[in-house]
Design a protein around this ligand. Sequence first.
Ligand code: GLN
Length: 237
Amino acid sequence: MIALRRIGVSGVEVRKPEQLQGLDSLIIPGGESTTMAKLANYHNLFPALREFVGAGKPVWGTCAGLIFLANKAVGQKSGGQELIGGLDCTVHRNFFGSQLQSFETELSVPMLAEKEGGNNTCRGVFIRAPAILDVGSDVEVLADCPVPADRPSITITSGEGVEEEVYSKDRVIVAVRQGNILATAFHPELTSDSRCLGHAMMLMDLCAPTDRHRFFLDMDKEYQAKAFSALSLSSTS
Ligand code: GLN
């Protein structure tokens, strides 16, 4: 919320189902997805969140928010956890390892080049970060990044208890879009470079299904600052 305010965007916090009413778009932030699921269950928030995503309104999940939006999450320490779903992908919850393996890197997001006159870089802050292991055919890959050498090898346990290595490629997917859903494994709001959050907002804009939800498309740079001020995540009505 502080990062949004920094770029002139206002929003409201959502903890209860009724607080989703009247909102145009939603950011599901990072944190710890098991705890977030417990809290969402406690407040009976899952049905309202699924309805919001299903209604086609722009939704952006960062890190634990990405996990929440995935149809399938692997890498839980024990048992499963409830997910909102809607994003046709499999996410590994702690792909990049623990807090100690948190890192920052420069990401290339080709889609941004269209909006930013060729500049398509975005600083990625990865904290106990998940990664996307595979995506369905409707999912657009926006960014991937090299797998760091110190990433611990990851395994999943099948129903029979057999462990298998599930990822051995050099690069891994860290940002995707499927229709109204944008998801990033990293935290654009945590860099000192406000451009990164602005970029994410622009990508979120691309997820807007109707003009009513469009905030940044077709605006040149001069207008972006104004658009940031004008955008309220709470409601435009
Ligand atoms: N890996 C964390 C989880 O399982 C997410 C970390 C984050 O949101 N920074 O929820």
